[in-house]
Write a protein that binds this ligand. Structure first.
Ligand code: T3D
Length: 265
């Protein structure tokens, strides 16, 4: 039987999703989109899941769209855009909206849509040998999966433009130095760091983290006044969770908190 194009594994309090087409550097096919969609839906429906780790099998993280599925038949131009509507855009939106932190462990090259999907995760850890490639210009396409939105915001327009227009690989250490990712780590330490982070999130006040994630995302389109109002509302919501009561009690009692991640009692 053929192996699934995305694997999902349940750990204590979090899930690991592995893009699994190593012979093609985990380039996306229709089957991989379907498998990933299922894995993310399962994580979202799993009441015990409080973090998600996304990584790739083999030596790459993801090489974007599998270009074998984009070979024009009869010499005709293939009009692209449908896959963005059907798969890539919902995927980026879902990663941003998941009600717990999503950690990308970028184990190797992340190119095209693969780079921007990694950047759509909440925390990006990358192996020192990994790189981020806005490969689109090399094949006559434009950056997608939110690349034109996230790159200028994280890097400023000069670096965003140069990366997108040249398709030059950005090594992990430089990506960290430029503020594109959280941390570049030794290759051998990548997965243990990523698992450690997810295990910590699995014991964190999940509702507050989900609200924080939303606040930071919404801040891009808000002025300070609107953001202050949103913080007030989110703080009200967070303060009503059992984890907030527990956090305060634990602090005052000089003991470690035991968070459940639950919304209500
Ligand atoms: O509807 C739509 O499609 C719109 C959406 C578009 C989203 C996109 O992502 S467009 C961008 C697509 N991706 C690319 O253009 C990247 C293509 N790949 C590369 O540029 C290079 O492979 C890398 C820079 C990622 C890595 O280079 P390297 O030298 O480490 O590895 P390699 O030898 O090029 O690749 C290894 C194998 O994977 C190789 O196959 P082989 O020769 O061993 O049989 C290569 O052909 C294959 N592979 C890599 N990327 C893709 C791919 N096969 C199909 N599609 C790929 N994207």
């Amino acid at each position: 039987m053929e192996e699934a194009a995305a694997l999902s594994e349940r750990r204590a309090g979090y899930r690991v999703v592995t893009l699994n087409r190593p012979q093609r550097l985990n380039a996306f096919t229709e089957a991989m989109h379907q498998a990933l969609k299922r894995a993310l839906a399962e994580a979202e429906e799993d009441g015990e899941c409080r973090a998600l780790l996304l990584t790739g099998a083999g030596r790459g993280f993801c090489a974007g769209q599998d270009l074998n599925e984009r070979v024009a038949k009869d010499g005709k131009t293939m009009v692209l855009g449908n896959a963005l509507e059907a798969h890539y855009n919902p995927l980026v939106r879902r990663l941003r909206a998941l009600p717990f932190p999503v950690v990308a462990a970028v184990n190797g090259v992340a190119a095209g849509a693969g780079a921007n999907i990694a950047l759509a995760c909440d925390i990006v850890l990358a192996a020192r040998s990994a790189s981020f490639v806005q490969a689109f210009a090399k094949i006559g396409l434009v950056p997608d999966c939110g690349g034109t939105w996230i790159l200028p915001r994280l890097l400023g327009p000069a670096r965003a433009r140069a990366l997108a227009l040249t398709g030059e690989p950005l090594p992990a250490e430089k990506a960290e130095a430029w503020g594109l990712i959280w941390r570049a780590v030794d290759d051998a330490a990548l997965m243990s760091e990523a698992h450690g982070l997810c295990a910590a999130f699995a014991a964190a006040p999940t509702v507050a983290l989900a609200l924080t994630k939303r606040l930071i995302d919404e801040s891009w389109g808000n002025d300070l006044d609107t953001q202050l109002d949103l913080e007030r509302e989110s703080q009200r919501e967070a303060s009503l969770t059992p984890d907030c009561a527990e956090g305060v009690r634990a602090f005052l009692g000089k003991r470690p908190p035991v968070f459940t991640g639950r919304r209500g009692l």
